[in-house]
Design a protein around this ligand. Structure first.
Ligand SMILES: [Ca+2]
Ligand SMILES: [Ca+2]
Ligand SMILES: [Ca+2]
Length: 316
């Protein structure tokens, strides 16, 4: 060591970078001309390395909701503290949970910084996506109570302030108030929030069903519409005239009777008849043939189901 007359001290430069970070002892020994020796030891800390925080949650681009606990790993022998900050609005201790419901849904900047006792400070920045709002949606078509047959395009609107992750159509068989799940169909986006799927009504027994839309967002929030009832009817009713046969000779008062059946037996409407092209009247009232001229007449009996399928007729 070299004596500095200005400071009155012996001095020597010490390059701490030659030592590992940590606690060290500095020993100084002084020897006089007579050979007397005196020494002293001074502990001190060396820290040449800045902290490097690694954020373990949330990760860059993660969708978060509710209360979030930011976690990070920091390796530093003289770590002072680790803090985080959202959108530059004040630093919080890493142990303090963040209530994301106080933030608007969407992208935010999360900064995490670690400080050591040597004054090193390192920050990392990442983007988080806050999503606390539930999605919404509705079935655009078919309409409630609509009669369906064959292959039907079901169209729905699904929306979320951040993003829709999944849209499904639940198909239930509807008996009274009882819903029995028949199938779940994933719906594909078709632009501007619209989603579509083809419903194979021709593979379903004729009956009343209920359609329900399920919309999920990336945060796992689920929205369900109410059940929309629809009627699947793929078959026109069948009809058999009981009172007469084609070409029969009739006289006096004739009771026109017929038997109608509809697939599933659920959508059969009233029977009606028309004589010689007259207006349709309910079947059941007797036909007084004496009011008609002798000779051939055309009797058409009609059965309708709820969908008002093209009539199935029988003639006499
Ligand atoms: Ca350090
Ligand atoms: Ca949402
Ligand atoms: Ca039918």
């Amino acid at each position: 060591m070299v004596f500095n007359p200005l400071s009155g001290c012996y001095e020597a430069a010490l390059d701490t970078r030659a030592f590992a970070d940590g606690e060290v002892n500095l020993n100084v020994t002084a020897t006089d001309l007579a050979g007397h020796v005196s020494s002293s030891s001074t502990p001190f800390k060396i820290d040449n390395t800045a902290c490097a925080p690694v954020v373990t949650y949330p990760r860059d681009g993660n969708v978060v909701w509710g209360e979030v606990q930011v976690t990070a790993e920091v390796s530093d022998v003289h770590l002072d503290r680790t803090e985080y900050c959202v959108d530059g609005n004040g630093w919080n201790d890493l142990g303090a949970a963040r209530d994301t419901t106080l933030l608007r849904d969407g992208e935010h900047t999360l900064a995490v910084r670690a400080l050591d006792r040597a004054g090193h400070k390192t920050s990392v920045f990442l983007t988080i996506v806050v999503d606390n709002g539930a999605p919404s949606g509705r079935i655009l078509r078919p309409l409630p109570g609509e009669f369906l047959e064959g292959r039907v395009a079901v169209e729905a609107l699904a929306q979320d302030s951040v993003g829709v992750a999944e849209v499904e159509l639940n198909v239930y068989r509807l008996e009274g108030d009882n819903l029995t799940l028949v199938e779940v169909l994933p719906m594909a986006p078709s632009g501007e929030g619209r989603h579509e799927v083809e419903l194979a009504c021709d593979e379903l027994p004729d009956f009343t069903y209920a359609l329900e839309l399920t919309v999920k967002d990336a945060a796992g929030h689920v929205f369900r519409t109410g059940a929309v009832p629809v009627n699947v009817d793929n078959h026109a009713p069948g009809l058999r005239v009981l009172c007469s046969s084609p070409g029969a000779v009739l006289s006096g008062e004739v009771a026109l009777e017929a038997e109608a059946l509809d697939e599933g037996g659920v959508f059969l409407g009233a029977l009606s008849c028309s004589i010689d092209g007259s207006d349709w009247t309910p079947l059941g009232s007797p036909w007084n043939t004496s009011a008609c001229a002798d000779g051939p007449h055309l009797v058409v009996v009609r059965a309708e189901d709820g969908r008002a399928m093209p009539p199935s007729g029988a003639r006499a």
